[in-house]
Write a protein that binds this ligand. Structure first.
Ligand code: DAT
Ligand code: MG
Length: 132
């Protein structure tokens, strides 16, 4: 059974959307395998988002993701990675369809509520970083 790493980002926690996000994954049929509230240390944030280190938004991204508590989760099920990405929607909420989390709850890319691993390899890496 495949696993994926998902987290409600500081904006989602601040806005009281943990329950709404968890509910969508449960309704889809995925199984919650692990979860915790945490504030991400800067070094962990930089490693988690390492693929974006050269991007101009990297500093703001790390500032944002460390700005308050997140709700980190591991979800399990068939094609968990792709199913989670479909539930979450496109990176830019303006392009995310209605019925997706970002499409329904977010407006701008800087604060798009939720993270989901983009491949099984990323999922294994991210689960190791956050729950290893
Ligand atoms: P995703 O979170 O959909 O996997 P990503 O890995 O490309 O998207 O980017 C990671 C996060 O970085 C994204 O959720 C929000 C932020 N981000 C991406 N592109 C951005 C941009 N052009 N300006 C500001 N923030 C951006
Ligand atoms: Mg990504």
């Amino acid at each position: 059974m495949e696993k994926t790493f998902v987290m409600v980002k500081p904006d989602g926690v601040q806005r009281g959307l943990i329950g709404a996000v968890v509910s969508r994954f449960e309704q889809k049929g995925l199984t919650l395998a692990d979860a915790k509230v945490m504030t991400i240390p800067r070094a962990l944030a930089e490693e988690h988002y390492g693929e974006h280190r050269e991007k101009k938004f990297f500093g703001e991204l790390v500032d944002f993701i460390t700005s308050g508590p997140v709700f980190a989760m591991v979800w399990e099920g068939p094609n968990a990675v792709q199913n989670a990405r479909t539930l979450i929607g496109k990176t830019n909420p303006a392009e995310a369809g209605p019925g997706t989390i970002r499409g329904d709850y977010a407006l701008i890319v800087d604060s798009n509520i939720v993270h989901g691993s983009d491949s099984p390899e990323s999922a294994a890496r991210e689960i190791g970083l956050f729950f290893g």
